[in-house]
Design a protein around this ligand. Structure first.
Ligand code: UFG
Length: 328
């Protein structure tokens, strides 16, 4: 298929682009490089440097079978402190993109949604039918887009899939997570192991969990990206399917830090800090629908393996991650 990947210079978008190319698809990446990296875009993909709102220009020039939409603002804490960009980019950007998709007759749409739409869930594991009450503007903006896509599918016949990611980590094909200002747990813990930080701060130790720290469902980037290729094939015209993507097992912040100590052999000092605004206590996926609808099952669920792959990416000399933090 001919696929336009928005946000294909970012972590998840670039790995998915590499997999799409490997599977024989023809890929164009559109990214404004506001948080992505030009050198993360695989060589065989065409690259357009532009805002997602300009995607219509690309879709007008040539015919595409599908759009995969990753371009977004994606940090929970930032979205609480400065929500405007989250509404403008995530909701405004996707509105413009969906209108272009409709205007130019693109049939398939795969969207990068999030577990943050569920907020503080009443029951664990979380199903797609669970109540959606986001606790931060990031989750709220992604939920608004999920609703928007659903209505476009029903009214205009779009074949659409929203994939609700739990906590993505690890690396694949030399591509990993590198943000100019890192806020995610696993890369930060590995920065301590690389000697770039003194310690990791644990955001809250008084949560209602067995060890008092937040629990998350960590999923390998390769498993996550693979689900996008399956979604491309599984999408049905006029339907909007929503699939959670997680392993169904939760690990606390302390367990992640301990596992990283074992993987890296570094003591990784930690300090206890206050809760972070917008964080839910526990997010663990029920991913049966992804198994049924996509035929997807995680192949790399082991937390130590996920962290080991991230560690290999971050600690290899000369890799792009070697320039982090603070550089793009
Ligand atoms: N954490 C710390 N110290 C840190 C960084 C994080 O204790 O220095 C904690 C957080 O408070 C949280 C856990 O580690 O409890 C995981 O935090 P991340 O920032 O790595 O990830 P989030 O759970 O906040 O968010 C991620 C994605 C979201 C997605 C969510 C779904 O960034 O896009 O997972 O589970 F919505």
């Amino acid at each position: 298929m001919r696929v336009l990947v928005t946000g294909g210079a970012g972590y998840i978008g670039s790995v998915t682009t590499a997999m799409l190319l490997g599977a024989g698809h023809d890929v164009t990446v559109l990214d404004d490089l506001s948080t992505g990296h030009r050198d993360a875009v695989p060589d065989r993909a065409r690259f357009v440097e532009a805002d997602v709102r300009a995607a219509g220009d690309v879709l007008a020039r040539e015919r595409f079978d599908a759009v995969m939409h990753f371009a977004a603002r994606s940090l929970v804490g930032d979205s609480v402190a400065d929500p405007a960009d989250y509404w403008h980019t995530n909701v405004g950007g996707t509105t413009a993109l969906l209108d272009a998709v409709r205007a130019h007759g693109v049939g398939r749409f795969v969207f990068s949604s999030t577990a943050a739409v569920y907020g503080d869930p009443a029951a664990i594991p979380i199903r797609e039918t669970s109540e959606t009450r986001p606790t931060n503007p990031y989750g709220a903006s992604k939920l608004a887009v999920d609703h928007m896509i659903g209505s476009y599918a029903t009214a205009y016949g779009l074949a659409a899939v929203s994939l609700r990611y739990f906590n993505v980590a690890g690396a694949h094909a030399g591509l990993g997570e590198r943000h100019a200002r890192e806020t995610h747990l696993i890369p930060l813990v590995l920065e301590v192991a690389r000697g770039l930080r003194e310690h990791i701060v644990i955001h809250g130790t008084d949560w209602d969990t067995p060890d008092g720290t937040c629990i998350r469902d960590y999923i390998h980037i390769a498993d996550l990206a693979r689900a996008h290729l399956l979604a491309l094939d599984a999408a049905v015209p006029g339907r909007h399917e929503v699939c959670n993507l997680g392993n169904g097992t939760g690990f606390s912040v302390r367990e992640v830090v301990d596992t990283a100590r074992q993987v890296t052999g570094h003591p990784i000092p930690s300090r206890e800090g206050p809760r972070r605004a917008g964080d839910p206590a526990v997010l663990v996926a029920a991913a049966e629908h992804a198994a049924e609808f996509l035929g997807w099952r995680p192949e790399l669920p082991d937390l130590a393996g996920i962290i080991a792959d991230a560690w290999a990416f971050h600690s290899a000399p000369g890799t792009p991650a070697d320039t982090a933090p603070g550089e793009r």
